[in-house]
Ligand binder design. Sequence first.
Ligand SMILES: C[S@@+](CC[C@H](N)C(=O)[O-])C[C@H]1O[C@@H](n2cnc3c(N)ncnc32)[C@H](O)[C@@H]1O
Length: 239
Amino acid sequence: MRADEPFAMTDRILQQQIAYYRARADEYDQWFYRLGRYNRGEEINQRWFQEIEIVKQALQQIGQADEILELACGTGIWTQELVKIGNKITAIDASAEVIAINRSKLNSPNVEYQQIDLFAWQPDAEYDLVFFSFWLSHVPPELLNSFLGKVYKSVRVGGQLFIIDSRFEPTSTANNHILNDDGSIYKSRKLNDGQEFQIVKVFYQPEELQKHLTEFGFIADVKLTEHYFIYANATKLEN
Ligand SMILES: C[S@@+](CC[C@H](N)C(=O)[O-])C[C@H]1O[C@@H](n2cnc3c(N)ncnc32)[C@H](O)[C@@H]1O
């Protein structure tokens, strides 16, 4: 194996990950709203929506933020929550397709979109709140420190970070995705037409996420909902 092979592999998967979300843009929301392959029946769907409500309330409780940075904003499922608590949102994503959906859904003069690959992103401003949902799990472990370092730089002193992500729960994904607890960070994902992609998916335990955030200097509070979500609210106290 050549010395640069693991890096080449990660890079290839990260490009596939972008390609996957670009190709999935029109069907992405089916996951969140539990439609099609993500519909697990009324009882399990209800559980999902109740837990989403808990996380939404936790986000609302952090209060008003003047300037918000949303990383990997996707189709706007959470951007539409952020416009309720923020005056100006900068929303970044690598996919022009999801940005177009987000823009037309929100139609808000308070959201500015930037199409950027977050692994090449260089932060150039500080925000009252930095937010990302279902993104941290797609950051390969070897790039986590570099990513969190940029996140830390983007939060102003006294500002906050809010993260939402997935717990390991087989009913959270499509019924034709196999969620193996095999230790691999590479997972296969399918579109409705059967097209298959490899992506990175890392499931964090609260203590682990808490440790990473604390190491960067955040005061963090990491919580779980009963089945589906892990979420963290953190404050930056000093530079
Ligand atoms: C699981 S989705 C989450 C979207 C949104 N935050 C939500 O909660 O619905 C992951 C998002 O990351 C974006 N993405 C994938 N790779 C990226 C990269 N390298 N840089 C920036 N965004 C990327 C995808 O386009 C997609 O919108």
